[in-house]
Design a binder for this molecule. Structure first.
Ligand SMILES: Cc1ncc(C[n+]2csc(CCOP(=O)(O)OP(=O)(O)O)c2C)c(N)n1
Ligand code: SF4
Ligand SMILES: [Mg+2]
Length: 305
């Protein structure tokens, strides 16, 4: 891992914003903006981030913000990029989308696919708190198997989390990475790297949410790190279709180095209804996925056409 002092000291997410204490999304946004710098336009669809950012004329973000309809953040991004290019004002600018999992996995997927297919010159960030948090913790297609939400309140969600990464990779982005709130240097470095590329770039960040995941706000970083240490959230990059693990995930190909998935579930009330059989089956699923990751050096090889 790179050393902490390399992180920019300027703050573009200002203090006094409206996130809950311990919000993983706010922590990630802070570091993403540090890496991007002030020449950035951010597009935010409806969700917790539109609350965190604040209500006009006040704003916790020290950069231009465009709020947009829930389903169309990537389409707004495409419009902003093309408009600026037409006016010859795109130079040295970052146009980014900062969207939740509901806005990305579900309702905004069509706009996202269009922008990715056109290789639109932007970085799309999905901050993934694994449910529709802003409207009261409803399940999304990013919610993992067994998690309790207000729409899966008895035994938890019955379906697995949607494999969004494979969907995005099918569009051949110029850069793709996963990250997590609790490893800010890894996230920061990935944003710096994404900035160096043109075309469509995608960064998927797991952002723990204390009220939605039912844990004490002091555990945001611990839970982020456990998501990585158990292998449930591999940290990796795909650059020009080449896959590589990053940071603490590098050592996890050896199963002896992975923590049990149970240690990740134990700290979160949302998993309190998981049975022993379900935990065993999730552990098997994760172990199998890591066996497959061993061979995922170049995703392009998997293409049929
Ligand atoms: C078309 C439409 N449907 C529903 C809503 C209500 N709505 C606003 S925010 C939100 C949840 C957003 O979830 P997510 O994208 O995961 O972001 P989070 O709140 O979790 O940060 C919903 C359902 C809306 N604004 N527009
Ligand atoms: S509900 Fe969750 S995602 Fe939303 S502001 Fe609070 S901690 Fe952050
Ligand atoms: Mg969400």
């Amino acid at each position: 891992m790179d050393k902490l002092p390399e992180i920019c000291l300027d703050e573009l997410l200002l203090p006094g914003h409206a996130a809950c204490p311990g919000c993983g999304a706010a922590l990630a946004l802070r570091h993403v903006l540090k890496a991007l710098g002030e020449n950035t336009i951010i597009i935010i669809p409806a969700g917790c981030s539109s609350i965190i950012q604040g209500v006009y004329p006040k704003s916790a973000l020290n950069i231009p913000v465009l709020n947009c309809a829930f389903d169309s953040a990537a389409a707004y991004g495409s419009g902003v990029v093309e408009g600026l290019k037409a006016k010859n004002k795109f130079k040295n600018l970052n146009v980014i989308v900062w969207a939740g999992d509901g806005a990305t996995f579900d309702i905004g997927l069509q706009a996202l696919s269009g922008a990715a297919e056109r290789h639109t010159d932007m970085i799309y960030f999905c901050y993934d708190n694994e449910a529709y948090m802003n409207t009261g913790i409803q399940s999304s297609s990013a919610t993992p198997l067994g998690a309790l939400t207000t729409t899966t309140p008895i035994i938890g969600k019955r379906e697995r989390k949607k494999d969004l990464i494979s969907i995005i990779l099918a569009h051949e982005p110029s850069y793709l990475a996963t990250a997590v709130s609790g490893y800010p240097v890894d996230l920061y470095n990935k944003v710096l790297k994404a900035k160096k590329y043109t075309g469509f770039r995608f960064i998927h960040i797991l952002t723990p949410c204390p009220p939605g995941w039912r844990f004490d706000s002091k555990y945001t970083v611990t839970i982020s790190k456990l998501a990585v240490a158990t292998g449930m959230w591999p940290l990796f990059e795909v650059v020009e279709s080449k896959f590589s693990l990053t940071g603490p995930s590098l050592k996890l190909l050896d199963p002896k180095n992975r923590r049990s998935v149970e240690s990740y579930f134990a700290l979160q009330g949302r998993f309190s209804k998981l049975t022993k059989e379900e935990i065993d089956s999730i552990q098997k699923f994760i172990d199998k996925r890591w066996e497959e990751l061993k061979y995922s050096t170049v995703f392009k090889d998997k293409r049929l056409l």
